[in-house]
Write a protein that binds this ligand. Structure first.
Ligand SMILES: Nc1nc2c(c(=O)[nH]1)N[C@H]1C(S)=C(S)[C@@H](COP(=O)(O)OP(=O)(O)OC[C@H]3O[C@@H](n4cnc5c(=O)[nH]c(N)nc54)[C@H](O)[C@@H]3O)O[C@H]1N2
Ligand SMILES: Nc1nc2c(c(=O)[nH]1)N[C@H]1C(S)=C(S)[C@@H](COP(=O)(O)OP(=O)(O)OC[C@H]3O[C@@H](n4cnc5c(=O)[nH]c(N)nc54)[C@H](O)[C@@H]3O)O[C@H]1N2
Ligand code: SF4
Ligand SMILES: [Mo]
Length: 745
């Protein structure tokens, strides 16, 4: 076979870079950034290069595994589905739909066909027990956007190429490549901002890789963002800096907001933030007085007990300074497909509802039709007759990625039946009775279903499979469909094409009414998930509307373009974007105002001596890319960073080991002194701890690292969103001496 090169939109992080993948006889020989991609313009990071190692990884699963006599052994697809039929259906028959749970992970949102068909399966199952990585990540931002703008997914992103001032709070896009902000080559764009005379300020307990590019860096004590943000809002009102510009006629709640923030002067909160009052005032003034400015907050602001309030206040500040929905400020993308905020009646809607039902074991309120993943273990381990007895995990590793994974690990063993869709036998899937393997990402087509909605500019891009699976094994969407056939009682050998047609028709009927059969027929050049893209795209905001707008987009046109079509930088979308019942932006949702009572109580709490925060590394991706040679090489990256003054006080040697304790549990981790840390703060990355028995991750096990989530309390959550508190945790830190030398505790 000749050497060939194919185009693949990278599924590994939110940046969604277009890559050129060169291969020969099924082996990948090179991965490069696609220069002619209108969105990523040639950018690639080390993880993108590692797609080659992922494709070639011998540990990546290539057949289903089923549990026989307690061990996971290779099996055929038919055997695996026969076992599912035999074991799952009786559980559902005996205990009803809520005996089954789903837990979904980060890769699901990077894999449109997996996401779309998983959603169908979940709907079919009628369970309310759905959990996802959203609740250890960004759900606070969905809640704030939902209540302010009327849709969970209406999240504004910095217009980085046109701004004069970018303030980055609790995010490190130079390492993460951006989050809830799809921005390949963030570094290049940040450098260009500075080069054209603009400024970037970072606010973070660590002087990060992003801070190194910034004009100015400010330390903030972990968990105190809510005070900083409230004090900025207070200053804007007190110093008469509020100028809501073109949004003035679209706002509700301005006076309620003014009253609510009144107690939070910079002078009152500065100590709590570890900042000076003057710094806070100055930030407020800069945001208000710079011609085009934008405040961007991300995971550091979400994974705290005030995650939702932080997410709300970031948007409030952008609004009060006249920078929301305006060039150079925070703008709303208009995605070509799958964006609910481009559908339905513009400017008004039903808004969002929270807490429509609660969970059995802990009475936790639903948010976005999910429960917090941190409550999954409790729902399995519960003594209730009604509890979770079966679980389907899809692209997730919560044993490492969620607080107190040890408890979850024990709980998973109590399940009557567990199915995992995954590409590895890892710390979580080792508990499954059946593992169904996904294909190499290079064998999948890609439309960025989620992240086009947070993109720095609008484009329409699609990548076809680069290397077909050599054994023509089923795609994950096909396996999900097969499982759906089982749940419907059609059996594992049902006609999947007929089922897909039926389900697709029903879905289109909701948007196309009586015309649905014609739409389905008109989209027949494609099948499966690609047909769904075709329908969404053609009926979407740039679509050809199946002929009535002949110049509009079709999937064939996008494919014919090669690396995609540019749809331009963002344009203002107010008030068209709004889906609130009032048809206005809700500046002061009562739920948020009421939560300020908790803020007030927290202000008088003493500050612990040492606070734990997380970290991301350019060569790591949560828990699952530590088995790839190109990323695994080099020094140990699972280290605790600590300020030299703290290290001296606590007796921690640079390169020595420390024992970190919280919630009655401990981990031992290597210490690195770092001037980049704020005093009183220690930073440990998550996703490590590959030393658990029963996983098959040969390379990762050689440098396993330690699991920081062992220290976290699964009950610590932001009550408004259910999101876990992962940062700003009080911990004790002490030097570790090898066993034998360790003092009795
Ligand atoms: N302490 C602490 N904990 C954290 C965080 C933190 O900052 N600090 N961050 C949190 C965040 S933001 C997130 S998003 C979560 C992530 O939490 P998870 O999504 O649970 O964790 P990942 O490590 O991303 O695990 C992804 C899983 O998907 C599998 N996988 C990869 N590709 C595919 C595929 O194509 N198909 C299928 N079926 N499976 C695939 C991998 O093998 C792995 O098992 O972790 C959270 N945990
Ligand atoms: N290389 C790499 N890239 C990734 C991932 C990865 O694991 N590795 N994971 C992906 C995922 S799932 C996500 S969600 C995104 C996340 O993307 P980002 O939001 O950019 O995540 P981080 O790099 O963890 O940056 C969070 C920052 O918040 C700071 N911080 C911690 N506590 C606080 C606090 O209380 N207040 C403030 N203001 N700051 C605080 C931390 O020091 C850190 O610098 O990254 C994605 N990209
Ligand atoms: S930045 Fe993200 S999308 Fe781009 S190559 Fe790296 S991992 Fe892939
Ligand atoms: Mo995430």
């Amino acid at each position: 076979m000749a050497i060939e090169t194919g185009y693949r939109i990278c599924p590994l992080c939110e940046a969604a870079c277009g890559l050129d993948v060169t291969h020969e006889n099924g082996r990948v020989i090179a991965v490069r950034g696609a220069e002619d991609d209108p969105f990523s313009e040639g950018y690639i990071c080390p993880k993108g290069v590692a797609l080659a190692d992922l494709h070639n990884d011998p540990d990546r699963l290539r057949t289903p595994l089923i549990r026989k006599d307690g061990r996971l052994v290779e099996a055929s697809y038919d055997e695996a589905f026969a076992l599912i039929e035999e074991r799952l259906l009786p559980i559902l028959a005996a205990h009803g739909p809520d005996a089954l749970g789903f837990v979904l992970g980060n890769p699901v949102s990077h894999h449109y066909s997996l996401a779309l068909y998983a959603q169908r399966l979940i709907r079919q199952s009628r369970t309310r027990y759905v959990y996802s990585a959203s609740t250890v990540d960004q759900i606070p931002k969905h809640v704030s956007s939902g209540l302010m703008f009327g849709h969970w997914m209406s999240i504004a992103v910095p217009d980085i190429t046109r701004t004069d001032l970018l303030v980055v709070l609790g995010a490190n896009p130079a390492a993460s490549n951006g989050s809830l902000w799809t921005v390949p080559d963030f570094k290049g764009k940040a450098k260009a901002l500075i080069a054209r005379g603009g400024r970037m300020i970072t606010i973070d307990p660590r002087r990060t890789e992003t801070a190194r590019l910034a004009s100015e860096h400010l330390f903030i004590r972990p968990g105190s963002d809510v005070f900083l943000l409230l004090a900025i809002v207070e200053t804007l009102f007190a110093e008469d800096l509020v100028n809501t510009g073109h949004l003035a006629d679209h706002l509700d709640g301005l006076e309620d907001l003014r009253a609510a923030v009144e107690p939070y002067s910079p002078e009152r909160v500065a100590d709590r933030c570890g900042m000076t009052a003057e710094t806070i005032r100055d930030l407020a003034r800069q945001l208000a007085k710079t011609e085009r400015a934008v405040l961007y907050g991300r995971i550091g602001t979400c994974v705290q007990s005030f995650g939702t309030l932080n997410s709300w206040l970031v948007d409030v500040i952008n609004i009060l300074t006249g920078n929301l929905d305006r060039e150079g400020g925070a703008m709303f993308p208009k995605a070509a497909a799958f964006a609910a905020n481009t559908r339905g009646k513009p400017g008004i809607g039903r808004g969002v509802a929270l807490g429509r039902y609660t969970s059995r074991a802990e009475a936790i309120a639903e948010v976005m039709s999910e429960f917090p993943v941190s409550s999954l273990a409790g729902e399995i381990a519960s003594e209730n007759e009604d509890r979770l007895r079966a679980l389907i995990s899809i692209g997730t590793n919560p044993v490492l990625s969620t607080p107190n994974g040890d408890r979850l690990s024990e709980a998973l063993d109590k399940l009557d039946f567990m199915i995992s869709f995954d590409i590895y036998l890892n710390e979580t899937t080792r508990h499954a009775d059946v593992i169904l393997p996904g294909l190499s990402p290079l064998a999948e087509s890609h439309w960025d279903y989620v992240f086009n909605q947070f993109a720095w500019r609008n484009t329409a891009r699609f990548s076809e499979p680069v290397i077909a699976d050599p054994d023509s094994r089923p795609h994950e969407w096909q396996m999900l469909l097969r499982l759906q056939a089982i749940l419907r009682g059609l059996g594992a050998d049902a006609d999947l094409q007929a089922l897909d047609d039926e389900l697709t028709l029903a879905e289109i009927s909701r948007v196309a009414g009586d015309l649905a059969p014609q739409v389905l027929a008109a989209a027949s050049a494609f099948s499966g998930p690609e047909r769904l893209v075709e329908i969404e795209l053609r009926t979407g905001p740039y679509g050809d509307q199946f002929g009535t707008k002949p110049d509009g987009l079709t999937l064939a046109k996008v494919i014919a373009s090669g690396k995609g079509l540019d749809l331009g930088l963002h344009e203002p979308r107010m008030p068209e974007l709004l889906r609130t019942p009032s048809g206005r932006i809700e500046l002061a949702p009562p739920l948020f105002i009421a939560d300020l009572a908790r803020v007030e109580a927290d202000l008088s709490d003493p500050v612990p001596e040492m606070l734990l925060i997380g970290r991301r590394d350019l060569r790591s991706n949560n828990s699952w890319m530590h088995n790839l040679p190109i990323l695994a090489k080099g020094p140990n990256r699972c280290k605790a960073l600590v300020h030299p003054d703290d290290a001296a006080r606590l007796g921690l040697a640079d390169g020595g080991k420390a024992i970190l304790s919280a919630a009655g549990r401990s981990i031992v981790v290597e210490i690195e002194w770092s001037d980049d840390m704020m005093a009183g703060v220690i930073s440990v990355p998550h996703g490590w701890g590959h030393d658990l028995a029963g996983a098959r991750l040969g390379l990762a096990a050689r440098n396993p690292g330690v699991n920081v989530n062992r220290l976290l309390d699964e009950a610590a959550r932001d009550p408004l969103s259910g999101n876990s508190v992962l940062n700003g945790i009080a911990i004790t830190v002490a030097p570790y001496r090898e066993p034998g030398l360790q003092a009795a505790e």
